[in-house]
Design a binder for this molecule. Structure first.
Ligand code: FUB
Length: 329
């Protein structure tokens, strides 16, 4: 009997030891943007404060790996202290490489987007402009909350920045990656029948489900863009309802219009859903955050799971796991 009990406790310990999502547990992290630079996979993230009562983040984090199992923490790669024109709310970033320089796009103050530059993927980054690249106060067309920038450099070399909360926007960038090239454009998403999908606030008494906000395909926030098999795929969070999650839409043109395709993954524990998908060493992954390691939507942790495509090239919605693929960092 004693031997059986010992065996059972060993099995429990083994099960706990393999629970590897979230894979960063020594600090709170959110909004993971995964990029492959020089054969190494980097994840750029927001950094939720240990005593957070709001999304009052002050700096950004970066982690990297070559095997998806062991991760290096690159520490604080950029912070509000490095920005002369913003004081609060260091939110969801993205980073892209061009001509050997690394451009880090970051939203602050829920209204502005800046860009910083570095010689290495892990920084140190330096603010490139000394002012915002997008200023939602000076430019109402930037939308109510111009946040969550993400970048695509297309095969012809044209760069695009996508951003926005509830109201999605896209703008071309010049080759220097720190100046806009042309006007901000509305990013339009339709369903398969050609109906425009637009965010709407739930009516009085409506349940807190995605249907109240206009359905699964509506754009909430957290865009992520990639090109696959000649199509532009826009991944995004469809809002904050209890069944909200990450979904995606496709287009033939980087400026849209996009057509809603379906879910990227099932809902997670955090009120926000924000992530990215990436192919690394022949396997696709979805990065996302949850609040599985805390009791607060303001203390989130990044996770990763494998992602697969079906025979028609559609994403098979991922069920988030506690096992993940990575060792706890
Ligand atoms: O992390 C702060 C904000 O929460 C992000 O900018 C949004 O996408 C949401 O994840």
């Amino acid at each position: 009997m004693k031997r059986i009990l010992n065996l059972l406790s060993l099995l429990v310990v083994a099960a706990l030891a393999t629970a590897q999502n979230p894979f960063v547990t020594h600090k709170f992290t959110a909004d993971p943007s995964a990029r492959v630079f020089n054969g190494r996979l980097y994840v750029y993230s927001s950094h939720d404060r240990d005593d957070a009562k709001y999304f009052d983040m002050e700096d950004w984090a970066c982690f990297s790996t070559t095997d998806m199992v062991n991760w290096t923490d690159h520490g604080k790669i950029f912070s509000l202290d490095d920005i002369s024109w913003a004081d609060k709310w260091a939110w969801a970033p993205d980073c892209i490489e061009r001509n050997g320089k690394y451009y880090f796009y970051y939203p602050v103050e829920r209204k502005k987007i800046g860009v910083a530059v570095a010689d290495k993927p892990e920084g140190p980054f330096k603010d490139a402009l000394g002012k915002p690249l997008v200023d939602g106060i000076a430019e109402p067309f930037a939308g109510a909350e111009p946040i969550d920038p993400t970048i695509l450099i297309d095969d012809d070399g044209q760069a695009y920045m996508y951003f926005g909360c509830r109201e999605a926007r896209v703008v071309k960038l010049k080759k220097n990656m720190i100046k806009r090239d042309g006007k901000l454009q509305e990013l339009k998403i339709y369903d398969k029948e050609g109906n425009r999908l637009l965010w709407r606030e739930p009516k009085e008494g409506e349940p807190n489900i995605q249907a109240s906000n206009g359905g699964d395909g509506v754009y909430g926030e957290g865009p992520w863009i990639l090109k696959k098999d000649g199509k532009y795929l826009l991944i995004y969070a469809n809002g904050w309802a209890k069944d909200a999650t990450m979904v995606y839409a496709s287009a033939d043109n980087p400026m849209g219009p996009f057509t809603y395709e379906g879910k990227v993954m099932q809902s997670v524990s955090s009120g926000t859903s924000h992530g990215s998908i990436v192919e690394y060493k022949g396997q696709w992954y979805v990065f996302y955050h949850t609040k599985d390691n805390s009791d607060s939507n303001f203390k989130r942790s990044i996770c990763v799971d494998k992602l697969e495509w079906d025979e028609n090239g559609k994403i098979i919605p991922v069920s988030p796991t506690r096992e993940g693929v990575s060792k706890i960092n």
